[in-house]
Design a protein around this ligand. Structure first.
Ligand code: AMO
Length: 437
């Protein structure tokens, strides 16, 4: 039941209000609100309580001693009825002159968090995440995330993409990486999927355009501000297109996303006090990997063609380019086996990473669709093609040319909400040190 239905279903003689709906037209009228106690100030003759519901804050004033006054503790859920009046306080236009108050659910233990301060440590907040979402700033981040998902889905569906769901429990090591969580599956070895790569490509046999939004798992012992063991990815795969088309698609998704958030999340943007930069405006710059290496060399960094870009390199480039930009045409050697070479230079690949400053938001590319070529690339990368039999066979069944990408949703949310730590944008983050709550 949503809050509005809840309000309508209350069979009270007084009107149950969402706090956001309270306006001057209610002054002098009986109203009733439900919410949790955010602040409690007991003075000699009056007790002020700041009550929150998930739409706003209202001050209530209790002048007469009520029998249940000791039951009213911080964070308890209360219902207050009374007459709305103009407030003398600097912070509120109105306050409720309480006639009766009911404690619906008493908060018995003291909150480990100070809701009115921004200095609770992230670890403490994550340990009490359920309470932390009563903090308007935290709630704003997750409302923006909710709206971001609506926008990304809408952009893709509007272009005719089909949403799919691939398995998360898999029988062999997808993408050949070592960074998989393993588990027992009815006596057999199984793994948690690190990406839907091998499944989403197979869908190209029947669907031209698919996407999946799901959590994937990486058993990397990374202790950074942008890596999690469980992260959400927006995976996209399209037939009869190449990596340049996928970059165009990502640009349009991000442009729509920013416009949607600017339009629908004005209050949340205000609460998190973030400036939405113009960095989402198209076209995003496209630098080749070789141009980036040259920029680094010009800045006295000892790097040569073929080296992977390290965090320190991306920091430097990110300082020069804090906006969204692509790094394209990576050396084939350092890209996964399913990425196609450039036809005019087979040392290079048809690949890209999307960066925002020093944060990698997405990677993708044109795929190999020829069975034998794919098999040879696996062998080149010391992978055993027989481990990929189910995937490889499909490439003998008439595989169209295709391309795709994976977008790290949590990292995109970091950029959108100006969060320095990916853990701010995930409700219950998982990392090598965090498995609870
Ligand atoms: P890749 O491994 O680069 O590519 O992942 C795609 C995007 O997912 C995000 N990401 C992560 N976010 C948080 N924590 C992590 N541990 C983590 N790992 C990755 C990043 C990254 O850019 N199959 C390919 C994609 C494709 O070619 O379609 C893949 O998984 O934002």
């Amino acid at each position: 039941m949503n809050s509005k239905n809840h309000r309508e279903n209350q069979n009270n003689s007084t009107h149950q209000q969402l706090i956001c709906d309270i306006s001057s037209q209610f002054v002098g009228k009986h109203i009733s609100i439900v919410g949790w106690v955010n602040k409690l100030i007991k003075l000699k003759t009056v007790t002020f309580i700041v009550v929150c519901d998930n739409t706003g804050l209202l001050q209530i004033a209790i002048k007469n001693k009520t029998p249940n006054q000791n039951e009213i503790t911080k964070n308890s859920i209360i219902q207050a009825r009374g007459i709305l009046q103009k407030s003398q306080s600097h912070d509120f236009d109105f306050e409720l002159g309480v006639q009766s108050i009911t404690v619906i659910s008493k908060a018995i233990t003291q909150s480990p968090l100070d809701m009115n301060s921004n200095i609770s440590y992230l670890d403490t907040r994550l340990n009490s995440r359920a309470l932390d979402i009563r903090n308007p700033k935290t709630a704003a981040i997750f409302k923006i995330r909710h709206n971001a998902l609506i926008s990304i889905r809408a952009s893709l569906i509007q272009k005719g993409f089909i949403e799919i769901t691939t398995p998360k429990i898999i029988g062999n090591a997808a993408e050949g990486g070592a960074n998989l969580f393993s588990m027992k599956y009815f006596g057999n070895d199984a793994y948690l999927a690190q990406s839907p790569q091998l499944y989403k490509e197979q869908m190209m046999l029947g669907f031209n355009q698919i996407f999946e939004i799901a959590t994937f798992y990486r058993a990397e012992k990374s202790h950074t501000l942008k890596h999690l063991s469980e992260f959400t990815s927006v995976d996209i795969e399209c037939a009869f297109v190449n990596y340049s088309d996928i970059m165009d698609l990502i640009e349009s998704i991000i442009k729509n996303l920013y416009e949607f958030i600017l339009h629908n999340c004005k209050q949340e943007i205000n609460i998190i006090n973030t400036k939405i930069p113009n960095s989402y405006k198209r076209p995003f710059k496209r630098f080749t990997y070789s141009q980036i290496v040259e920029k680094l060399q010009n800045n006295d960094v000892g790097i040569k063609f073929g080296d992977d870009l390290l965090d320190s390199h991306l920091k430097l480039i990110g300082n020069l380019h804090p906006e969204f930009y692509f790094i394209t045409d990576w050396p084939l050697k350092i890209k996964p086996f399913y990425i196609s070479e450039k036809y005019e230079n087979d040392h290079l690949s048809q690949s890209f990473d999307l960066q925002c400053g020093d944060i990698e938001i997405s990677s993708g590319g044109t795929r190999i669709y020829d069975y034998q070529k794919l098999k040879n690339r696996m062998i080149d990368q010391n992978l055993n093609p027989s481990d990929f039999e189910n995937y490889l066979n499909v490439f003998n069944w008439g595989m169209p040319p295709h391309a795709g990408c994976g977008i790290g949703l949590d990292r995109l949310m970091m950029v959108l909400t100006n969060s320095k730590n990916i853990r701010e944008t995930v409700l219950y983050p998982r990392d090598p040190n965090r498995l609870f709550p």
